[in-house]
Structure formats: C-alpha cells, structure tokens
Write a new protein. Structure first.
Length: 330
C-alpha cells in the first residue's frame, strides 16, 4: 500500500507533468498544473476547468488531508524537509502562496548572454531543478521554440507578447528552478581592447575583489557560488569567441576557487541540446529587460570592483544577483 508521503510526492509530480498517470491504483488524465501547498490541505479544492485534477482530489481519502495538514507544516523532519533532501519535491513562495514542484533534474549551471547596442548581459544561472523550468515553458506557458531544424527556446526569437508573459512569470521560473543567479551588465565585451580572457577574468573577479567593501559578505558570496559551480556540469553557450565554452568554464571555476582545489566540469552540448543553456537564455533575456527598465525587485545590486582598461572609452560593469530564500515551516 502506498504511504501518505509517497502519495504526496506522486501527486506533485503527476500534477505538474500532466498526462496519463496511475495514482493510488486509479487512472487519471491530468492537465499540467502548478500546485499550491494549500491545495493539499483542502478536502475539495477547485481547479477550474481542469477536470482531471478535480477528479483526482475528489478521490483522495480524508486521512490523507489530515496527515498533510500535520506533515506539510512540521518545523523539521516533515514531508517538505524529507522530499527536498530526497530530491523529490521543492517549494517556493510567491507573495503569500507557497507552490510545490517535483525535482526533475540534478544540479547544473547555465551560462548565456544577451546584448543591446551598448552592453552585453552575461547570465550565470545555478540550477537545482532546471527541467522544471523547461517543462513550465513547454507545457504550461506553451512558449514556442525556434522553427529550425534544431528547435530550441531562444529569447531573441520570441514575440513581444511572449516575452511579456515570461516577464510576468519570472518569480515562478526562478523559484522552481534556481538556487542562485548572477548577471553582469558590461560594455567591455563590445569591441574589446584587452585579451578576452583578461576581460572575462576581471569581470568575475570584480564581483568579489575590493575587500575593503563588505569583506565578509563578499567572501561568503564567492564561497557559495564556488560550491554551486565546482564539480557540477556547466553548460556554456558559444558566445565568447575566440574563447571556447570549455575555456570559459575552466576559467570561471578557477577564479571562484581562489586557487583552492577545484574540478570544472564542462557539459559539451550545443544550445539546442542543452536545456540549462536554453533556460539560462530565457532568464538572461528577462533579467536584461528588468535591468534596462529598472524593474529590479527580484535583483540585488552588488558592488563591482572595476579594473577594466581601455584607451578609447570608459569600460564599466555592474553586477546583480538573485538567490533562493528558505521558507519558514511555521
């Protein structure tokens, strides 16, 4: 017999994925749904026109709801702690609502860029669940892929209407898929006058050097990002020519390591083969527009230590980041 905990994780997984599933020995045709934690505490939640979801919840035993009310809000050792430790379910909060998504993939890093006439925006997305965002694009938001021989999600190929919808869903995308995101805005990559490897090194080091400014927090942030990148597959788009993606990955992890032992892992995939690159591409596009339009509620501005050089024009960079917040069990 399936335990209440196993039923909980299976409901979250099947509801998010949608499709035909057998849950607790009954068959259901489910529409892809983003569940709220509160939905599992109600005896008869309403899912609008989603008849499969309504049928599923109407068939749940009353003791499941009673157990869920206790386990989902237990301060330690409850369903949420266990399911995250076992990499089955992740929770994230938007305003007062707490949402639940299945954990569908192992940690990975995606590196991608987006540009306008003046600046390049470099996005480093540290994922704990990138497949959730990819599925969200594909099955819930129904974001179109490129109409090419090798279709993929590309921000610069999307309509203004689709971009606006993605922007409205930014908190959901970040919450379900990311541990941390860092984005750099710089003009140093446009017509560079230094070696590209030197520019890239200064861009990364500039986020963590200048230890006269908030030394403890800068070291803490560097260590956190190093742990999220070291010995983790890093997917990097080929946006830094003549530097190849594997050299970018090696340099990135080396800088973060502060000369300590490190293990850069380059995932050798082109963008159409790499879901982390495609999700990072979308995030980079959304965050670029947020920065340009000064809609930075989701981003923390971070002091950049500028050592970029040029004889013809001022070279600058700005750093922003987002990080996942723990949700209280209260």
């Amino acid at each position: 017999m399936v335990s209440s905990y196993e039923l909980f994780t299976e409901i979250v997984r099947c509801a998010f994925l949608g499709g035909n599933h057998v849950i607790d020995a009954k068959s259901y045709a489910l529409e892809p749904t983003l569940l709220r934690k509160y939905d599992l505490l109600r005896k008869s939640p309403e899912f609008g026109s989603k008849t499969g979801m309504n049928y599923l919840f109407s068939n749940l035993q009353s003791d499941f709801t009673t157990t869920a009310k206790s386990e989902l809000y237990r301060k330690s050792g409850g369903w949420m702690d266990r399911s995250y430790d076992e990499r089955k379910v992740k929770q994230f909060q938007i305003d007062k609502d707490i949402f639940l998504v299945p954990i569908l993939s192992k940690p990975a890093v995606g590196i991608d860029t987006s540009s306008n006439d003046e600046d390049t925006f470099v996005c480093f997305a540290f994922f704990d669940n990138y497949k959730a965002a990819y599925h969200y694009f594909e099955k819930i938001l129904e974001v179109p892929k490129t109409r090419t021989e090798k279709p993929e999600f590309k921000w610069n190929k999307l309509s203004p209407e689709c971009r606006a919808e993605l922007d409205q869903n930014l908190e959901y995308i970040l919450g379900m898929s990311c541990e941390f995101v860092m984005i750099l805005k710089t003009n140093a990559l446009k017509q560079p006058e230094e070696k590209l490897v030197d520019i890239f090194t200064k861009l990364i080091e500039g986020c963590f050097s200048n230890y006269e400014y908030k030394l403890e927090s800068r070291l803490k942030l560097r260590n956190k990002i190093f742990k999220l990148a070291n010995d983790i597959p890093i997917h990097c788009d080929a946006d830094f020519s003549p530097l190849t993606p594997d050299k970018i990955v090696k340099q990135f992890v080396k800088i973060l390591s502060s000369e300590n032992e490190h293990m850069p892992l380059h995932a050798e995939k082109d963008s159409h083969e790499s879901e982390p690159i495609q999700v990072a591409d979308i995030l980079c596009g959304i965050l670029k527009e947020c920065i340009i339009n000064k809609k930075r509620d989701n981003l923390i501005s971070w002091e950049f230590h500028n050592k970029l050089k040029s004889q013809t024009k001022e070279r600058h960079a700005k750093c922003y980041y987002w990080e996942r917040r723990e949700i209280s069990s209260d």
